[in-house]
Write a protein that binds this ligand. Structure first.
Ligand code: ZN
Length: 294
């Protein structure tokens, strides 16, 4: 069975990768809470979720031996009321014939909203596991803090917790036009919104103003927060804003962007998938009554 993701999201909170998208099927716990009985396997190879050919559900009990050592699996919580363990599979591992892989960043990965969101969460957890083996202070080895996702240094006792990086993403309006940009790495023809990481000393609105000016030469006013989305590739929190054009001529910063322009709302280019807050902001702007256009 192949799933289709929703065509629209009434609220930003309902977007994939946010906890709400998971909550009926999954309860996040911590590795020390592993009950020690068999359960589901969340197997990730890069951003690809591995499933058995004969099932749309996570592998249960059956662990393909060719994939690695199940002892390395990390307990992350309960999926559909059973233990769920996460294992990162090396990109070099050749998949056995009974296993298929699905890129969770595909526009339509064919996964349920909750399974897609779980796979995203797994990606963020694996990133934390990979980057938290040694202490930032002294390079000592790290040990888990019982009942938490944080870790403590066995040498200097510093405590470290998963790092989530705040980013802004902003939709700018000028009359019936939207400011859209494109990065060279995106699929041909696709445009989206200006986005960027928060820097030292900035509040979110200041990041919005700075990123827009740096990347497009545009000044804005009336910066308004609209909602946010967890973006676990690997560890961003996207905070979404709208703003109104104030002044400036388009001057696209060519180091980061390939192109940028004003598009009238009835003639928009190819847009990002509906699972992203970028698209949610655009859809809301185009159909502010809360009924996004198709
Ligand atoms: Zn240390």
């Amino acid at each position: 069975m192949s799933y289709k993701l929703p065509e629209s999201y009434a609220s930003c909170e309902l977007l994939p990768f946010n906890r709400t998208a998971l909550e009926t099927d999954f309860e996040l716990q911590t590795p020390s809470q592993d009950p020690g009985v068999s359960g589901y396997w969340l197997l990730l190879q890069g951003t690809r979720l591995l499933l058995l050919n004969d099932s749309a559900e996570l592998p249960h009990d059956r662990f393909p031996a060719e994939l690695g050592d199940p002892q390395q699996g990390i307990y992350i919580g309960c999926w559909k009321n059973e233990p769920c363990r996460l294992l990162g599979i090396s990109l070099k591992t050749e998949l056995p014939p009974q296993v298929r892989s699905i890129n969770i960043l595909d526009k339509e990965p064919g996964l349920s909203l909750s399974l897609l969101s779980l796979a995203g969460l797994g990606n963020a957890v694996l990133h934390w596991e990979k980057t938290s083996r040694f202490c930032d202070n002294c390079a000592g080895s790290m040990v888990r803090i019982s009942g938490e996702w944080g870790k403590g240094c066995s040498a200097c006792e510093a405590l470290h917790y998963p790092r989530i990086h705040p980013c802004i993403i902003v939709l700018v309006r000028r009359d019936n036009q939207l400011l859209l940009v494109r990065q060279p790495s995106w699929p041909a023809g696709r445009y989206s919104l200006v986005a960027g990481f928060v820097e030292f000393g900035e509040n979110l609105e200041q990041t919005v103003a700075r990123e827009l000016y740096e990347e497009t030469g545009i000044r804005v006013t009336n910066i308004r927060y609209q909602g946010s989305q967890s973006w676990p590739f690997p560890s961003q929190l996207m905070t979404g804003f709208t703003a109104d054009y104030s002044s400036g001529e388009l001057n696209i910063q060519k180091e980061e962007l390939e192109a940028g322009d004003w598009f009238t709302i009835d003639n928009l280019p190819e847009l990002p998938p509906k699972r992203s807050i970028a698209r949610w902001l655009i859809d809301m702007a185009v159909a502010p009554a809360g009924k996004p256009v198709e």
